[in-house]
Design a protein around this ligand. Structure first.
Ligand code: ZN
Length: 572
């Protein structure tokens, strides 16, 4: 920031979610144009799909605007993209590592509940001070065998080692794991990637970590990462990279942590063990990203290098709700324990940034951006319950939405907008003539919604009226966008019991991008950038056009964002 130009109140897109955010920041166009209106989007064409159907939003084939890497390749620039949402396809000039597309299953744990048994019918049993115990477990469709032993060369007393094999043979060991509590240096106790099969039989890899093993063998905690296939557009160019660079992890074990599978969490009375384990999964995932980037930076030809990390977003989701004193139920003791952990996640992101900056040359421009902000929330507003009570949404006796009697819903994809069941959609009943009256009625209902004295819905926007100025709506966007009072979020369930309900505090984004909490940052640094320049009025859609100008390549062809000339030290 000191040596470059920066903005810290950058406006994301509406909804301020990850898939729309990345689609917009790489194309310079809002969701109305990119077609990516959420992490899942209403399924097209409208004539063939109802308002209840959706498609995954992280999908290049749905992206209707040109991203920067495509315009850069069009201009002959060599591009490397590593694990970036949407991140590119096969091309002559680009190398696209697409780990997120290769994820083929869930991470998980194996614990003492799987009841270790005396090892029987094994070949070549390894030596052990006490009789070995065996476990079996599955990752994807692979059955794996584990052998708990007391390694004669390990001074620890009792069971101290887990050997993992593909068959009941001591000669087929694919990982030798030592039990070690999570903590600094714990990443040295992770396995190399081991081969597994996905549920549909494809080759994939996963990493293992043994967080705990009782000396008597009665209990243990083995963690495995999501089985992942290699997704590299030019595998020929990465043949020499080591297995860790090629085997993507991507995320920390946040679902397992939130479910309590890593141990009781601090807010639920835990002692910090679960957080230490989660943090180590974050550290390992981040370091894998760094290894992939380091290898790519040093071995692949590039003029535009694009990297991504899902941190700190993931940890912010879990912990932000406990850090805001304004939220009811705030506990200082919990906040004091969690804040340093979140700061550690930020430090890890800083490490990745440091790696990228260490690889720049004199003529390299470094550009940093985030796709959205974060806000602590603790209350749910069940908008569909309100629509049901008002007769706008109808359910049948089996609890399904009855489209023949439904005029509008807040779809389960939870993108901050309602869909009108218009007659251009399959099963639609609302005619163009009826639309305006319906919108007026919904607007009135929503704005009247109260939680005690508080007005819950603070903004209602008709995409037909505000679509161009706000970048909302479009064929695969919403019809009516809403904004809520800070600390409230929508519960999209059709069968919620209460209009307003409490939930565990957590971090959320997706709200109106003009909210201060949703604003994000942008930093540009390097030759041609004006040092110390503070930028204002910046939107994430200005990022790609500005970079295109700096790279001297065509602005992505659907961009509506502007070139930030005020960031430049010399006229472009
Ligand atoms: Zn997020």
């Amino acid at each position: 920031m000191e040596g470059g130009a920066f903005a810290d109140d950058v406006t994301p897109c509406f909804p301020s979610l990850t898939a729309p955010g990345f689609a917009s920041l790489w194309t310079g166009a809002p969701p109305r144009i990119t077609g990516i209106s959420g992490n899942r989007v209403p399924r097209l064409p409208r004539s063939q799909f109802t308002i209840l159907e959706s498609s995954a939003g992280f999908n290049n084939t749905l992206l209707q605007a040109e991203p920067l890497w495509a315009s850069a390749e069009r201009a002959g620039r060599r591009v490397v993209v590593t694990h970036v949402p949407f991140g590119g396809d096969k091309s002559d000039l680009g190398v696209h590592l697409q780990g997120y597309r290769g994820i083929a299953g869930r991470d998980g744990i194996v614990s003492g509940r799987s009841k270790p048994q005396p090892a029987q019918s094994w070949e070549d049993l390894p030596s052990s001070v006490v009789p070995p115990l065996e476990i079996t477990f599955t990752i994807g469709s692979s059955t794996l065998y584990g052998l708990l032993i007391d390694d004669p060369s390990d001074p620890q007393k009792g069971y101290d080692t887990l050997l993992v094999t593909n068959t009941r043979s001591g000669k087929a060991v694919t990982a030798k794991l030592k039990s070690q509590p999570a903590g600094p240096g714990g990443e040295f106790f992770w396995s190399k990637p081991i081969d597994v099969k996905t549920n549909d039989g494809r080759n994939a890899s996963a990493y293992l970590r043994l967080f705990d093993l009782k000396p008597d063998g009665t209990d243990f905690l083995l963690f495995f990462t999501r089985p992942t296939q290699e997704m590299i557009s030019r595998p020929d160019l990465m043949r020499d990279a080591d297995a860790t660079s090629r085997t993507f992890i991507g995320n920390g074990a946040n679902p397992l942590y939130s479910q309590g599978a890593l141990g009781r969490t601090l807010p639920n009375g835990g002692d910090g063990t679960a957080e230490a384990r989660y943090l180590e999964t974050v550290t390992f995932a981040q370091h894998q990203l760094m290894e992939a980037n380091r290898w790519a930076l040093e071995h692949l030809p590039w003029e535009l290098f694009i990297a991504y990390t899902p941190f700190p977003d993931e940890a912010e989701h879990m912990w932000r709700g406990f850090l805001e004193p304004s939220l009811p139920g705030f506990r200082q003791d919990i906040a004091d324990r969690l804040r340093p952990l979140l700061q550690q996640v930020y430090r890890l992101s800083d490490e990745l940034l440091g790696l990228l900056m260490a690889h720049r040359t004199e003529d390299t421009i470094v550009a940093l951006i985030s796709d959205h902000g974060m806000e602590g929330t603790y209350r749910l507003f069940a908008v569909n319950k309100l629509l049901r009570e008002s007769g706008i949404l109808a359910m049948d006796e089996r609890g399904r939405v009855d489209l023949a009697r439904t005029k509008a819903i807040y779809p389960a994809i939870n993108n901050g907008y309602l869909l009108i069941n218009s007659i251009d959609r399959k099963g639609g009943i609302v005619t163009p003539e009826q639309r305006q009256e319906l919108v007026q009625r919904i607007r009135g209902l929503l704005l009247e919604m109260r939680d005690g004295e508080r007005q819950v819905v603070t903004g209602v926007y008709d995409a037909r009226v505000d679509g161009d100025t706000m970048g909302i709506g479009g064929e695969s966007g919403g019809d009516i966008y809403i904004d809520l009072l800070p600390s409230y979020e929508v519960d999209p369930k059709f069968s919620a019991a209460e209009l307003i309900a409490k939930r565990d505090p957590h971090g959320t984004h997706g709200f109106n991008p003009l909210r201060p909490s949703m604003r994000t940052l942008m930093v540009l640094n390097g030759p041609g950038i004006r040092p110390g320049q503070r930028l204002s009025g910046v939107r994430i859609i200005d990022f790609a056009p500005t970079l295109a100008e700096l790279l001297r390549v065509p602005v992505p062809k659907d961009a509506t964002g502007k070139v930030l000339h005020e960031a430049f030290s010399d006229p472009h």
